[in-house]
Write a protein that binds this ligand. Structure first.
Ligand code: AHR
Length: 502
């Protein structure tokens, strides 16, 4: 199968916001307890945080990390997580039917985020609570001192404010499953008033209002229109979520789902433009795609177990073990975000550790990289710079979710400072090798090229506790400089990163 791709130095999409490679940690299952936090672990630091996990997060290089939820946040009292740890209350977490010990709160998370080299992105409870608790939390976190909340923070051991910039105004407030679920009108009003109060404190905060939980929600996309009409002047981003499932074990359909993601982003971008025009506004609102991932492997079994259990603390929950097929999917999702980086500024893989996550841990034992760790790591490391608008000509197939799905999914990024071009390419055809002629125009001559390949004969191959290195990247030999560009050979069902030194 043949494909022709052209990249031109002047044919660009946008400067990529590095927060496109954000992540998410929720008080859910073992994400926090025995995920990042395990005081008795041989690698634990003074904060009780696993150093082996911090090292893997640093290697993944995720510039921002959303916390503490997720559905959890909608019945969370942030004050439960401050002060002496032995005096913190244990509470019921209504979202996941578990017990929350509050041994990790904002202080522990902040110290972890600094160690893991990631910026905090904090979510406010607008489900069971409201404006008053939100303004107290922001004052606690960001005010230098001399007030009740800021002095309490100082008393609790943190003299300097953390200066958190990015705040989520609730989570998935359109979802009937959410504690404190609201109509678009109710939520829009509350979010707007909360945003006004937070802006009165600091107008430079970056505020994210909830969009739809997914594009199959019955209220989508009217929810976005109503919420933005109520909040447009006060917010910077609208949040979207999407999880990718393959219950039918149909790889072609599964790998076509990023087309649905692309349409979802396009539609919401249109709604943003509509509200902006209607309001005669000059400000821009962008998309924060702050939950995305493959999530289906353990989903039904988890729902069954959850319905039966008796409020356990940090149980195994949502621990999907990813396979090689998911590498291809995550590669296509990240490519979609790069191609939509003109409207998507922030995106967060959901989640980071143990819970539908690229990193897994065993209590008292090792931590390891899931298969999906690698495409994320490569995009985060080399997908920064200017997104290129590639011209792609290749055979297509028709799927239920979209017609004319290109067998070659490719995104390109030019880093002018480093003098590199990076291409991320997925061959969505399982039967044929893809021979790609990639023309490079307007960049100057290519000096050298490197190919990194992820390929496994078994789409179901997984990295597990006993075999953590089953699916790993390897040096490929499928990229050659040829004439004014490259010739790429991409094996059937494969992920490739091709880097050109200019
Ligand atoms: O990431 C898991 C859950 O998915 C989050 O708590 C929620 O926001 C979403 O429905």
């Amino acid at each position: 199968m043949e494909a022709k791709v052209t990249a031109h130095g002047r044919f660009t999409i946008a400067e990529i916001d590095k927060r496109l490679y954000g992540s998410f940690l929720e008080h859910l299952g073992r994400a926090v307890y025995t995920g990042i936090h395990e005081p008795g672990h041989p690698t634990a630091d003074a904060n009780g945080m696993r150093r082996d996990v911090i090292d893997l997060v640093r290697e993944l290089d995720t510039p921002i990390c959303r916390y503490p939820g997720g559905n959890f946040v909608s019945a969370y009292n942030w004050e439960d997580g401050i002060g002496p740890q032995d005096q913190r209350p244990t509470r019921l977490d209504l979202a996941w039917r578990t017990s929350e010990s509050n041994q990790v709160g904002i202080h522990e998370y902040a110290a972890w985020a600094e160690a893991a080299n990631t910026e905090m992105m904090l979510a406010i409870n607008l489900g069971s609570r409201g404006l008053d608790e939100a303004r107290a939390f922001v004052e606690y976190v960001n005010h230098p001192g001399g007030t009740y909340w800021s002095d309490l923070r100082r008393q609790n051991g943190q003299a300097d404010p953390w200066g958190v910039k990015v705040w989520c105004l609730g989570n998935e407030m359109d979802g009937p499953w959410q504690v404190g679920h609201k109509s678009a009108e109710e939520y829009g009003h509350l979010a707007n008033e909360t945003a006004k109060a937070l802006r009165a404190f600091d107008k430079s905060l970056e505020l994210i209002v909830c969009g739809s939980s997914h594009s199959n929600m019955p209220t989508y996309p009217q929810w976005e229109a109503s919420v933005l009409e109520a909040t447009y002047d006060q917010v910077d981003y609208i949040s979207l979520h999407m999880y990718f499932e393959n219950h039918e074990k149909n790889t072609a359909e599964f790998l076509a789902l990023p087309e649905k993601l692309d349409k979802y982003i396009g539609t919401v971008s249109g709604v943003i433009d509509y509200v902006k025009a209607k309001k005669r506004s000059k400000r821009d609102v962008k998309i924060s795609f702050d939950e995305w991932n493959v999530w289906y492997h353990e989903r039904e079994e988890d729902a069954r177990r959850m319905a039966e259990w008796d409020w356990p603390h940090a149980p195994r929950l949502l621990e999907d073990i990813y396979n090689f097929e998911d590498v291809l999917q995550v590669g296509c999702i990240l490519n979609t975000f790069i191609r939509r980086s003109d409207v998507v500024s922030i995106a967060c893989i959901a989640q980071l550790v143990n819970v539908i996550a690229p990193i897994m841990t065993e209590p008292g034992g090792i931590s390891w990289r899931q298969t999906i760790y690698y495409p994320f790591k490569f995009a985060s490391a080399h997908g920064r710079g200017t997104a290129l608008r590639l011209d792609v000509d290749c055979p297509t197939y028709d799927a239920d979710v979209a017609s004319n799905v290109k067998y070659l999914d490719i995104a390109g990024v030019h880093d002018g400072d480093a003098g590199t071009l990076s291409f991320f390419a997925i061959n969505r055809n399982g039967a044929e090798t893809m021979d790609v002629t990639l023309g490079l125009e307007g960049f100057g001559a290519a000096k050298s090229v490197e190919h990194t390949l992820i390929k496994h004969d078994d789409l179901e191959a997984r990295n597990t506790l006993s075999a953590p290195m089953t699916v790993v990247p390897e040096a490929g030999n499928g990229a050659k400089i040829e004439g004014n560009g490259l010739r790429l050979t991409l094996p059937p069902y494969s992920y490739s990163m091709v880097r050109v030194m200019l």
